[in-house]
Design a protein. Structure first.
Length: 256
């Protein structure tokens, strides 16, 4: 059932968008910065503490969004929430995708564009939380080496790394070409690969839009559609074949 009358939708989109962005920034300024400061000053493991704070921050954010956006629901596969010690790959539809995954995994790392590490305060949070730069350049070579050297132990201790192998958001929902980086990391760390599908985040927050799309019936879904656990020590293991297997699993799920 449509949640708002069609003639009210443009107004609702503007009002609800302003409420969401106001909450997003004010909740940080008035509450969460205290948690980050406390974790930085007093935690014995700042990286883990910052990941947990990020997780709580975005869980609260999506709870707020669900509460105020008419017609919005979430369907999160329970198997997704039990993933540990894995490299997670999934499709990419919206800017909401990475923060949605952060809200699902308490212990997590991801790959972030280099430019964000230069943003005041935000870049400090990214570094302290242990996130990885996308490219070993622009003064981030030592950080990249440090992160890669510690990644095997991190994954072995129940942490997850999630990656969008397309490298950018899809504009039409179709699956793009996969980069091999996530699969090389999985091989290097001897970690299983979990393939997730995300649906309908682009209906809520479309690419290249400032406004949230409200007053429509929309269910955001996150599902585990396959696990790939190759014998990385075997002579016949091909990163390209593992990559294409993951892409095929995801493509079949999205088109079925």
């Amino acid at each position: 059932m449509r949640a708002c009358f069609s003639h009210m939708k443009p107004v609702a989109d503007v009002i609800i968008t302003l409420m969401i962005w106001t909450y997003y920034f004010l909740s940080y300024l008035l509450l969460f910065w205290v948690w980050y400061a406390g974790a930085f000053l007093f935690s014995s493991n700042r990286e883990t503490a910052f990941q947990r704070i990020n997780h709580c921050y975005y869980r609260a954010f999506f709870s707020f969004v669900r509460a105020i956006v008419p017609g919005l629901a979430f369907n999160i596969d329970k198997d997704v929430l039990s993933i540990r010690s894995s490299v997670i790959v999934c499709n990419h539809l919206s800017y909401l995708d990475p923060i949605l995954l952060i809200s699902l995994f308490e212990r997590h790392k991801t790959i972030v564009k280099n430019v964000f590490f230069k943003v005041p305060i935000f870049g400090w949070i990214l570094r302290t939380a242990g996130y990885l730069p996308a490219i070993a350049s622009e003064g981030l070579v030592s950080l990249m080496m440090e992160r890669m050297n510690g990644l095997r132990g991190y994954l072995a201790s129940d942490g997850n790394l999630f990656v969008f192998p397309e490298g950018t958001r899809s504009r039409d929902g179709s699956l793009g070409r996969f980069n091999e980086g996530a699969f090389k990391i999985a091989k290097r760390c001897d970690a299983p690969i979990q393939v997730l599908s995300i649906k309908n985040t682009d209906r809520l927050f479309p690419p290249d839009s400032f406004l949230f799309n409200t007053c429509i019936d929309n269910t955001i879904e996150v599902k585990l559609i396959g696990t790939i656990g190759p014998d990385y020590q075997g002579k016949d293991v091909s990163i390209s074949e593992v990559k294409e297997k993951a892409r095929s699993l995801l493509n079949n799920s999205l088109t079925s």
